[in-house]
Design a protein around this ligand. Sequence first.
Ligand SMILES: [Zn+2]
Length: 224
Amino acid sequence: MIEIYKDWNFPDTQYVRQKTEKKQIVLHHTVSGDKVDGDTSWWLHTPERVATSYIISREGHLHKCFDDEYWAYHLGLSAEHFNRFGISYHRLDPSSIGIELDSWGALLQHTDGLFYPVTRQNGKIVPNLKCKPVKNIYEYCSNQKYRGFQYFDRYTTAQLDTLKRLLHFLMEKHRIAANYKSDIWNATPRALMGWEGIFAHASYRQDKSDVHPQVELVNLLKSL
Ligand SMILES: [Zn+2]
């Protein structure tokens, strides 16, 4: 068993209440601020069945949206994501469990020296000054940027501790091996073929930067 901080108990119009065999666990981040309520209310107010089973807040609180034996759309894959590897399109959402870490993801430094979440303005990626500056920064070396970004919202220790417990729980319950390899930080045929393991959203899509390879997260995944 794993301790759930809050069970949101999503209505079955917001996910697919069909039990499926799970082979993959996929890590995302939400691109949002401190509260989990914003993420869940967004999902609950859209007609699409887009969600993940779990969200982990920055305090390390585990939020459950729906039971991990069922599924929802969380990968956003189309034929082109598969075609570039010569793989034919097939659905992977039913056989994967999604976990979100609450995080802003990529950040940009403004001329005031502070770090802000990013937004798109006239086709350009710029700091979003409508957001509060982010304090908990993870910095990549300038020659080792991830997906073109040097700064990210840092996943917290509490968050990663909860993630580790959750991964152990899910790996045992669904008999999934971690099979960690460093290819998961880019789109990889292993993910798109539906092979067993723990992946990032970025393992399926080159246009995604969740989750980013913060060294503590890499070490966690290697340790499983
Ligand atoms: Zn994602």
